[in-house]
Design a binder for this molecule. Structure first.
Ligand code: PEP
Length: 252
């Protein structure tokens, strides 16, 4: 039995003061939810403030990126050990980073290794674009991204990962995938390649979220699918009432 995990990706939307306010709004209700791992992922500049509020609450904190090198002349970048001072999780390979900031399968893999070595739990994003979807390339793209992200890992490390299947055309568009199709992609093209490379046990242990226009109204339909273990939530995670409702939907 895999524990569902629901993470809020706040993207580039909060000053530290705003992040503190949103965390306050979320805290009591999120703390009351049992049986769901809950994670907030604010911008880097909010991590310290939010980590102070989350101390001893059982709610996890995640960053939205990291750099794979441990330190050095990489202006503007943040290393895994720096993230790990505040966070337990880190989002890696979000489609916005792949589309706008040159993230590749290779850099995703380096970041996954760096995160695990620093004791962080990576939330690895995979998913096909609209063009790839329409060209019938979903299987090929998703399995390639999964294989590349996990390259060189030990089977034992794989079960510590979170993978988020996020069809790019569903992110921030209001156009969610259908729960049944998302479940099938996860079973066949996320767990499938993991089973082939690392064995069935690792493939069944790894938690796989769905992401892309999850709202209170559709969350339960996604989270009740057998291969979907919670969600990575963008827009709706910025509204306290919506995020709380989505987290509650993961309790089954
Ligand atoms: C995301 O940013 O990962 C995401 C899924 O966004 P949204 O929920 O807004 O589609």
């Amino acid at each position: 039995m895999r524990t569902p995990i629901v993470a809020g990706n706040w993207k580039m939307n909060n000053t530290a003061a705003e992040a503190r306010r949103l965390t306050y709004e979320l805290l009591t209700d999120l703390q009351a939810v049992q049986g769901v791992e809950r994670v907030l992922c604010p911008p880097f500049t909010c991590l310290q403030a939010v980590s102070e509020l989350l101390h001893d609450t059982g709610i996890g904190l995640g960053a939205q990126n990291l750099h794979w090198e441990p330190k050095g002349a990489y202006t503007g970048e943040v290393a895994a050990a720096m993230v790990a001072e505040f966070c337990q999780y880190v989002i890696i390979g979000h489609s916005e980073r792949r589309a706008y900031f040159g993230e590749t399968d290779e850099t995703v893999n380096k970041k996954v290794h760096a995160a695990l070595n620093a004791g962080l739990t990576p939330i690895i994003c995979v998913g096909e674009t609209l063009e790839e979807n329409q060209a019938g390339q979903t299987a090929e793209v998703v399995s390639r991204q999964v294989n590349a992200a996990l390259h060189g890992l030990e089977a034992g490390a794989v079960s510590r990962l979170i993978i988020a299947y996020e069809p790019v055309w569903a992110i921030g568009t209001g156009l969610a995938a259908t729960p049944e199709i998302a479940n099938q992609v996860i079973a066949d093209h996320v767990r499938g390649p993991i089973a082939a490379a690392f064995g069935d046990q690792a493939a069944q242990a790894v938690r796989v979220q769905y992401g892309g226009s999850v709202k209170p109204a559709n969350a339960r339909a996604f989270f009740s699918q057998p291969d979907i273990d919670g969600g990575l939530i963008g827009g709706a995670s910025l509204k306290a009432a919506d995020f709380i409702a989505i987290v509650r939907a993961a309790t089954g």
